[in-house]
Design a protein. Structure first.
Length: 319
């Protein structure tokens, strides 16, 4: 690695004998970790780039571990089913909760639903880490992701970027003012939620709820909040209903205004100045002939400036 284009003799100071050096170099070439080039009657060896040489092996091992983890989860479920039925399990500690949360999502076949409150305290698994470790892979397998997030999450730049990535992949994010609890439901068969959210700062304890009346109630709670919120749009395609085509930034501003973000929060998420956001909002209001932001929102929906909105879906002003 440190001495490209070395011949076997140049590696003699490694402590191995000539025969061992030749044998090891042959194995490295065979495995694609080293390339050999015949030059001037001498064979010279060069290490392959580690990312290219070892990346596929690392990915293969990671996939194998995921399969084993899924198998362990299936075995645990079969073991639980064979015992006397217990609809609720109790998990204690960050490691146990994190392991179960990731396993649940990696075993998902159809849908993962979640409540994502804006948490001021450390979490077992952050929204960003969960996306990288479980949700991205679930989306690649065709699993539907639906989440209800508190508006405060959009004021956190890292979370806002991750949410935008999720929406860009066609998943559904509904934004609400507040949530009662954090929760993950998988395939309408199992849910995970904290026993006492205030204990997360000390020693977190979580409940795993299996098929039962309690699970049905939690699913209903999710559906009510999802329907109550406003869908976070991808902000890009021209909407139906006429009006000029907004540029990407104006469309984002209108979309964020639609879900109730303040000017300061919009500026942080878009990475621009507070006054710049206000100036662009004023320009949009002038173009729409709106005196208030409520009127701007009404015009945006009528003009097709909001993803998923059509003119027919918006009632006339004053109705």
């Amino acid at each position: 690695m440190d001495r490209p284009d070395s011949d076997p003799a140049a590696l003699a100071d490694s402590g191995a004998g000539p025969a061992d050096i030749d044998r090891i170099l042959g194995l490295l070439v065979e495995r694609g970790l080293v390339s050999a080039e015949h030059r001037d009657g001498t064979v010279r060896y060069r290490a392959a780039p580690p990312v290219l040489a070892l990346g596929p092996l690392l990915e293969s091992r990671r996939a194998a571990l995921h399969r084993v983890e899924s198998l362990v989860g299936d075995l645990a479920e079969r073991h639980r089913s064979a015992q006397s039925y217990v609809p609720v399990e109790v998990l204690s500690g960050t490691v146990a909760i994190r392991r179960r949360l990731l396993a649940m999502q990696r075993q998902a076949r159809h849908e993962v639903c979640s409540f994502v409150p804006a948490m001021p305290v450390p979490q077992v698994l952050t929204f960003q880490d969960n996306f990288e470790e479980a949700e991205r892979e679930a989306m690649d397998r065709g699993v539907t992701l639906r989440a209800v997030v508190e508006r405060g999450c959009l004021e956190q730049p890292d979370t806002a970027r991750t949410l935008a990535d999720v929406v860009a992949h066609g998943q559904q994010i509904s934004v609400v003012e507040d949530l009662p609890i954090k929760m993950v439901l998988v395939d309408r068969r199992v849910a995970l939620l904290p026993l006492d959210p205030e204990r997360d700062e000390v020693e977190p304890v979580a409940l795993v709820v299996h098929r039962s009346g309690l699970l049905a109630g939690l699913q209903s709670l999710f559906e009510q909040h999802f329907a109550r919120g406003r869908l976070l749009g991808a902000h890009g395609a021209e909407g139906p209903g006429g009006g000029r085509e907004l540029d990407a930034t104006d469309r984002q501003i209108v979309g964020l205004l639609h879900i109730g973000l303040t000017d300061a929060a919009m500026a942080r998420q878009l990475g621009m100045g507070h006054r710049t956001v206000q100036r662009r909002l004023r320009a949009l209001m002038e173009e729409a002939g709106a005196v208030t932001r409520f009127q701007l929102g009404w015009h945006a929906a009528r003009a097709g400036w909001l993803d998923g909105e059509t003119a027919d879906s918006v009632p006339p002003q004053g109705s």
